[in-house]
Ligand binder design. Sequence first.
Ligand SMILES: C[S@@+](CC[C@H](N)C(=O)[O-])C[C@H]1O[C@@H](n2cnc3c(N)ncnc32)[C@H](O)[C@@H]1O
Length: 349
Amino acid sequence: MSDFPARFKEAVGSGTVLVQAPGIRESVQAFARSVAAGLSDEPKWLHYRFLYDAEGSRLFEEITRQPEYYPTRTEADILAEHAEEIQRLTGPVTLVELGSGYSVKTEYLLSAYSRYDEPVRYVPVDVSGSALLAASRSIAESFSDVDFTGINGTYRSAFPVLRQLSPQMLIFLGSSIGNFNEAETTSFWRSVTDHLPAGDFFLLGVDLVKDADVLEAAYNDAAGVTARFTRNYFARINRELGAALDLTQIEHQAIWNPALERIEIYARFISDQQLHVEPLDQTFEIRGGERIMIEISRKHRLPKLQRELAAFGFDLRHVFSDGKKWFALLLLERTDDAQQRAAYPPATR
Ligand SMILES: C[S@@+](CC[C@H](N)C(=O)[O-])C[C@H]1O[C@@H](n2cnc3c(N)ncnc32)[C@H](O)[C@@H]1O
């Protein structure tokens, strides 16, 4: 039995603290197993979660500052304009953020909430310990009245502690929901529904369907930072799993798939290579010309998304957007309706 909920309960309110969720320390084994699973499949894939080691988190932050990468800038502008209104709509709540990264945009919310609510309780959750640490330092410098309890773990590891944080607003920014395929998205809504108490809020940032040119440019920045981010996956495999891949033979490709309304990010191998996963003593052959999918970024249409969320017991309180309608921030409230609960769509297998 894990003592994580108890350790977490003790940590909340005791100043700036990071708590490790179960499993996060065995990450090399988990990484090896995930890589082996993806490379045993046809076509091959790798799980996007492992893009975010310390270097990956740093590179992602650099991506968000590229001129072509509109999502961060657009979402930040929406937050800057509406953080006060969001605070008025929710009243004082604990701010719990999934996949918080460096928490840069969240500072708009922390500013608004700390104007009315002292101290503001902030619980960021991220697999990247280095990003959480950087966020904790930056927030401690800028805010004297924020009680920071970071969870270094997966989204899933945080669900069991949500009940003890009510009243809260669960925050999921950066259109990170777009990284999930359809089945994963359904399973994520179900988890949020099952763990978020009625009356609590959910703030969801989603990137909307738009021109293919704008989308493809955002994921193929001219400075090549996204390409470095992709290649870092394989540098991490070399570093942590003892492989000896030639990184100069790996290309980044980001392509808009109009049928599935998603950007697909691939690593394309220019020549044949062997990928040895040392912890499992397994070797995989990758052919020249073969592509490995490492990430998707689904883009959304609001009417469909709203229907989906309503079916999982979320009431839409407000949609905030930008002038071009490129990005949307949805403020939802978890409803307490036994009938609705019984009508949740069945779990997908
Ligand atoms: C696309 S970035 C978004 C960062 C930030 N929220 C933003 O909007 O700029 C995704 C973040 O989620 C984290 N992450 C990815 N998969 C995760 C998982 N399964 N559990 C927890 N964190 C995860 C990554 O480390 C990264 O910091």
